[in-house]
Ligand binder design. Structure first.
Ligand SMILES: [Zn+2]
Length: 520
């Protein structure tokens, strides 16, 4: 996830929060007493123009063989995520998205046709998607017009009685999206830049420009077909299928499943270039594709050159790189912000200016090393294995933060033991546990630096060999899925043979941590 500020306990301010004119640091002044994304509790009992589906006549008495038509009950419009109860829908499992946008870059608007192929529980007669801030013009199910309604931040589509479990919803709309503040107090969604745009969807920004099942538990494959004016570049996740500069849309295909919050979509005056390939420890070729401001590859190459070193270092500790590709994208996003968009991390070019370093001869600075390592580590922790709920955010951030400190220790910009001791000191008081974040804390200290202390304590509790085996086992056995903290704890029990119940109660689920790390 993005890091808006990086402050070590030693008091060294290594990054300002953000650009001075960006409203990132504006706190939420109104306490969130009720979830902002309260799910719709009133079901649509009488959808317009749609007769209640009838069960087909059948003579069979065996329930398992009855082929019922589309169900007779309305769907729930939220997954009841503890932090974002309205996101996602329990009856919907998206298989793939086809995102076709025709973008007016100058106006910051687009016309869209989006295909959402999904398995929808046949006991419900509706398909609910998250959609906020734009008006849908037309919805088709399997090619036929379907009644729909937009209620709050939900798009409710009536499904034909004879539709099967797998449906294709084709949604036509136009949007002039803009970033909006998420309930966590950070902007999310579609951001306009000079001559382009980018998206930053975590945690609930995708629905602001894309009708989707906007929850990390639902992974799908993706195809992006983005039409922009001549001379404008588009970068999205996955493989470049068609270069738009040769005519037609830019087409990117992501064949590995990923949730909405990891979508990478950058438009603007950039160069996309092939960075060669790395060979994983399991022999896989990891294709590298990078994005830099047009004509400035040479300026950013020194940062790109860090990737193979960090890649090798993390593979030794966390197991083989778990995805098919990687790359770095240096774009016109807000300074101080970075995001682990799957397979191609997003960085602000303003954090990687030579002037921020001094000159070409100076080493890459602390913040730059931190950001590069943190987002690469997320490809293991968060992307290969994603959180099942937003309460499981420590599985992303605490591990990526710990990984960043491992790397910073490796290159001697940090002494890991000293850093962890100082961070532990800061965890002696507090009112939020790393394992049960609030909306205000999920991207705060207890998930990042304060959470890395929990990971370090686990390492000391079980020993290096068991610890790194556990991390590699976690990734190796769960890549492509979304998992809970409970599943991690269970695996920790199984792989270490140690009863860690008291450990996690004391470290992960306690607001104030012990004064001392477990003794080695
Ligand atoms: Zn992060």
């Amino acid at each position: 996830m993005q890091r808006m500020a990086v402050l070590t306990v030693a008091g060294m301010l290594v990054a300002t929060a953000c650009a001075a004119d960006a409203p990132i640091t504006t706190p939420i002044t109104t306490p969130i007493t009720a979830p902002i994304t309260t799910p719709i509790t009133t079901p649509i009992t009488a959808p317009p123009n749609v007769p209640a589906p009838e069960l087909p006549a059948t003579t069979s008495t065996e329930a398992s063989t009855i082929s019922v038509g589309r169900g007779s009950r309305p769907t729930d419009t939220g997954l009841a995520d503890r932090l974002f109860p309205g996101l996602g829908a329990p009856a919907v499992d998206v298989v793939s998205y086809l995102v076709q946008l025709n973008v007016n870059v100058d106006a910051g608007s687009f016309d869209a046709v989006v295909d959402v192929v999904a398995d929808v529980d046949t006991s419900v007669r509706q398909m609910a998607l998250d959609a906020a801030g734009f008006t849908v013009d037309l919805v088709q199910i399997d090619g036929a017009d379907a009644p729909f309604e937009q209620l709050g931040d939900e798009l409710i589509i009536e499904l034909p009685a004879d539709s099967g479990r797998r449906v294709t919803a084709t949604i036509t709309y136009a949007a002039s999206p803009d970033e909006a503040f998420s309930a966590v107090g950070l902007p999310a969604g579609w951001f306009q830049t000079e001559g382009g745009s980018y998206v930053l969807n975590e945690p609930d920004g995708a629905r602001r420009w894309l009708p989707s099942n906007d929850h990390p538990s639902d992974k799908a494959t993706w195809r992006f077909e983005i039409t922009v004016p001549d001379g404008v570049t588009v970068s999205a996740n996955g493989d470049l299928v068609q270069d738009g500069q040769l005519g037609g849309p830019w087409i990117w295909q992501m064949s590995e499943e990923m949730p909405t919050y990891l979508v990478h979509l950058v438009i603007g005056p950039y160069d996309v270039f092939d960075g060669g390939a790395l060979t994983s420890t399991d022999g896989d070729k990891i294709q590298l594709t990078h994005v830099v401001p047009a004509g400035e590859q040479a300026k950013f190459q020194r940062f790109i050159d860090e990737t193979p070193k960090q890649f090798d270092y993390f593979e030794e500790r966390f197991g083989p790189y778990p995805l098919e590709d990687y790359g770095l994208a240096f774009v016109d996003s807000i300074a101080g912000l970075a995001m682990e968009t799957q397979g191609r991390s997003l960085f602000s070019q303003f954090d990687f200016q030579v002037s921020a370093v001094g000159d070409d001869e100076e080493p890459i600075n602390f913040l730059q090393q931190l950001l590069l390592a943190h987002e690469l580590a997320h490809q293991w922790f968060g992307n290969a294995v994603s959180p099942a709920t937003w309460s499981d955010i420590w599985l992303n951030e605490s591990f990526a933060t710990y990984a960043q400190y491992l790397w910073l220790d490796e290159i001697e910009l940090v002494d890991l033991d000293s850093e962890m001791s100082e961070l532990l000191l800061a965890r002696q008081t507090g009112d939020v546990a790393t394992g049960t974040p609030t909306l205000e804390s999920m991207f705060g200290f207890e998930s990042y630096d304060g959470g890395s202390v929990v990971v370090h304590a686990l390492r000391l509790e079980v020993g290096d060999e068991a610890f790194f085996s556990l991390l590699a086992g976690w990734i190796g056995s769960n890549t492509g899925t979304s998992q809970t903290s409970g599943a991690f704890i269970l695996l920790a029990h199984e792989l270490t043979g140690v009863d860690l119940g008291e450990f996690f109660d004391t470290w992960l689920y306690a607001t104030s941590l012990p004064a001392q790390f477990p003794q080695v």
